[in-house]
Design a binder for this molecule. Structure first.
Ligand code: B12
Ligand code: SF4
Length: 470
C-alpha cells in the first residue's frame, strides 16, 4: 500500500511565541519514523508529511494525499484540535481514503478519537505491528476483528478489539526511517543541546517502570524493553555515516535506570571511536559518581533530570519516589563529574501552593543547574493528575478539544490551576521562576565567562530575550 503519515499542519506562530521562536528547536517526529521504517520493511511505500514544518496549504496536502491508499495522522494531546480538524478536512475531500489516527492522545482516549465521524480507524499503543495488520485487513487479507489494538466502525458503531501487547523484542524493529525527513526544515537550538554540533534523537529502550502522577504512559508502558547494545551501536554508526551526526540526544524516558547497561553502552561507544558526544534524561535516584564519571568519559555532555519540585511533600504527592536530598546528591555528583545539568521543574502541580512553588524556585537557585525549565503542569488524559484535576470544579475536562499547548508557547492561560490558587498567582509565579533563576548575577556571570564562540553569544542573547519577554 501507499501510506501517508502526517503530523497535523501547524503555523509557526501556533508552535512558538514571538519570544521563543528564535531559541526553540524543531525536531522531526521519531515515532512516525519508527512506524514508517517498519512499514517500509513490510514492502509498503511510505511518505512522512510533517505539518509542523511543511508550509504547503491544506489543499496541496489533500492533492498529495490523493496518491495514497491510507492517511495516518499522529495525535499528541497538545495538537488535538488541529489533528481532528485536519482529519475532517481530508475526509470531506477524499471520502474513500481510510483515515487512521494514532499516537499518545489516541492511545489515552481512543473512544473520543474514533467518535469523530471523519475517522475510520484508531491505533492504540505501539503502531508498528498494528498498522501492518490493519493494512492487511484493509486489503482484504485478514478480518478486522483479528487486528489487536485497533478501534473501527461497523455500520457507524464503534468497535474496539483486544489490546495489543507491547512489542517484547524491539530489536526486530528496523531503524527509524530518518531518510524520509526533509532535514533542511528542522533545526536544533542551544536550549536543548549542549553545543552547536549536528544532533539527532535516538531511543535505546522503550518504557519506564515508574509512575509519576503527571506522566502519560499509554504508548510505551511500564516495562522497559531494550534495544540490544550491538543494535544501538549499529544505529549510531548509521546516523554518523548517513547524516554526519556529531551529538546524540538519547530520548529514553529515563536512560540510566539500568546501571550495568549504561556502563556497557559507555564502553562500547568509546570503543567505536566515533568521536561523538551525547545527552540524556535521567532520574536523580539512578546515578552515582562512578557511573557519571564513566558517562563523562564516553562523551556525555548534558544530563536532564526531572527534578519537578523543591518540596518533599509535593514530590510524594506526585509519586516521584525521590526527595530533595537525592536531588542535591545527584546534581552535585553530576557537576563533579564535569557534566552540565539541565533541571526540569514544574509549577502548578497537584497540591502546589504559592509557598511550595516558591520552594521550587528557591531550590532551583540552590541547585544552580546550567539550564532550568519551568513547565506549567498540564494534566494529560488518562494520568493520575488528570483524574485528580477532574474532581476540581474549575477544571475543563476536555480542554484539549478547545485549545492547543505547544511546547514553546508559554502558557498565558494555564490549563490547570491547583485548588486554592488563582490563575493570576500561577502565571506570576511561573514568570518569577524564569526571571529569578536566569537573572541572578551568579548565573549571568557564569554564562558570560563561558562564551567561546559567536554561536555561544547569539544563543545567550536569544535565551535572554526569551526570558525577558515572558
Ligand atoms: C522525545 C520526546 C519529545 C521530544 C521530541 C519529540 C519528537 N519530535 O519525536 C521533545 C522534547 C521535542 C518533546 C516535546 C513535547 N512532548 Co514529548 N516526548 C518525548 C518522548 C520521551 C519520546 C517520544 C518517542 O519517540 N516515543 C517513542 C515512539 C515509539 O512512540 P510514539 O511517538 O508515541 O509513536 C508510536 C505510537 O504512538 C504510534 N503512533 C504514533 N503516531 C501514529 C500515527 C498513526 C497513523 C499510527 C497508526 C500510529 C501512530 O506508533 C508509533 C510507533 O510505535 C515521549 C515519551 C514516550 N514514551 O513516548 C514524550 C511525550 C510524547 N511527550 C509529551 C508531551 C506532552 C510533549 C510536549 C507537548 C510537552 C510540552 N507541552 O512542552 C512537547 C510537544 C512538542 C512537539 N512539537 O511535539 C507526552 C505526550 C502525552 C500526550 N498525551 O500527548 C509524552 C508521552 C511524555 C509523557 N510521558 O507525558 N517530546
Ligand atoms: S516522568 Fe519520567 S520517571 Fe516518571 S513515569 Fe514518566 S518517564 Fe518515568
Amino acid at each position: 500500500m501507499n501510506i501517508l503519515l502526517m503530523n497535523p499542519p501547524m503555523k509557526e506562530k501556533e508552535l512558538f511565541t514571538e519570544s521563543s521562536k528564535e531559541t526553540a528547536s524543531i525536531i522531526p517526529p521519531l515515532g512516525l519514523a519508527y512506524l514508517a521504517g517498519y512499514m517500509e520493511k513490510q514492502g509498503h511505500e511510505v511518505r512522512i508529511w510533517d505539518g509542523f514544518v511543511e508550509r504547503q496549504g491544506w489543499e496541496k496536502v489533500a492533492e498529495l494525499a490523493k496518491d495514497y491508499d491510507l492517511l495516518g495522522i499522529h495525535v499528541l494531546s497538545s495538537f488535538v484540535v488541529r489533528a481532528y480538524e485536519f482529519a475532517r478536512y481530508l475526509k470531506e475531500r477524499l471520502p474513500d481514503k481510510p483515515i487512521v489516527l494514532g499516537g499518545c492522545h489516541v492511545s489515552a482516549v481512543p473512544q473520543e478519537a474514533l467518535s469523530n465521524p471523519w475517522v475510520d480507524y484508531v491505533v492504540v499503543g505501539e503502531g508498528e505491528e498494528t498498522l501492518t495488520e490493519l493494512c492487511e485487513a484493509i486489503c482484504g487479507k485478514r478480518k478486522l476483528d483479528t487486528v489487536k489494538g485497533i478501534g473501527f466502525k461497523v455500520k457507524g458503531k464503534m468497535k474496539f478489539n483486544e489490546a495489543r501487547p507491547f512489542i517484547e523484542d524491539i530489536d526486530k524493529l528496523p531503524f527509524p526511517a530518518r531518510h524520509l525527513f526533509n532535514w533542511k526544515l528542522y533545526r536544533s537550538s542551544g536550549a536543548r543541546r549542549s553545543s552547536e554540533k549536528r544532533d539527532m534523537g535516538l531511543l535505546t529502550s522503550r518504557g519506564c517502570p515508574f509512575s509519576c502522577s503527571f506522566c502519560s504512559k499509554d504508548v510505551t508502558g511500564m516495562k522497559i524493553r531494550n534495544f540490544s547494545i550491538p543494535r544501538v551501536m549499529a544505529e549510531i554508526r548509521h546516523m554518523v555515516k548517513e547524516y554526519g551526526v556529531q551529538e546524540l540526544a538519547i530520548w529514553d524516558e529515563t536512560f540510566t535506570t539500568q546501571r550495568s547497561r549504561v556502563m556497557e553502552f559507555c564502553d562500547c561507544l568509546k570503543k567505536e571511536g566515533l568521536n561523538i558526544t551525547w545527552t540524556c534524561s535521567s532520574r536523580v535516584d539512578r546515578v552515582d559518581q562512578e557511573l557519571l564519571s564513566k558517562m563523562k568519559k564516553s562523551g556525555c555532555t548534558l544530563i536532564a533530570y526531572g527534578i519537578e519540585s523543591g518540596n518533599d511533600d509535593i514530590l510524594k504527592k506526585m509519586n516521584k519516589r525521590t526527595n530533595l536530598d537525592l536531588v542535591r546528591k545527584a546534581v552535585k555528583a553530576t557537576k563533579k563529574a564535569g557534566i552540565p545539568v539541565r533541571g526540569y521543574f514544574m509549577v502548578g502541580l497537584w497540591g502546589d501552593t504559592p509557598k511550595t512553588i516558591d520552594d521550587t524556585i528557591n531550590f532551583a537557585k540552590e541547585l544552580d543547574p546550567d539550564v532550568a525549565t519551568f513547565t506549567m503542569m498540564v494534566p494529560l488524559p488518562n494520568t493520575l493528575d488528570y483524574f485528580r484535576a477532574c474532581r476540581q470544579k474549575n477544571f475543563q475536562k476536555e480542554y484539549w478539544k478547545h485549545r492547543m499547548f505547544p511546547e514553546f508557547n508559554f502558557l498565558e492561560d494555564p490549563i490547570y490551576v491547583p485548588e486554592g490558587m488563582t490563575q493570576k498567582q500561577l502565571i506570576r509565579l511561573h514568570k518569577k521562576a524564569y526571571h529569578s533563576f536566569y537573572f541572578r548575577p551568579r548565573y549571568l556571570l557564569r554564562q558570560v565567562t563561558s562564551i567561546r564562540s559567536f554561536g555561544d553569544l547569539s544563543r545567550l542573547i536569544a535565551g535572554a530575550k526569551t526570558v525577558l519577554k515572558l
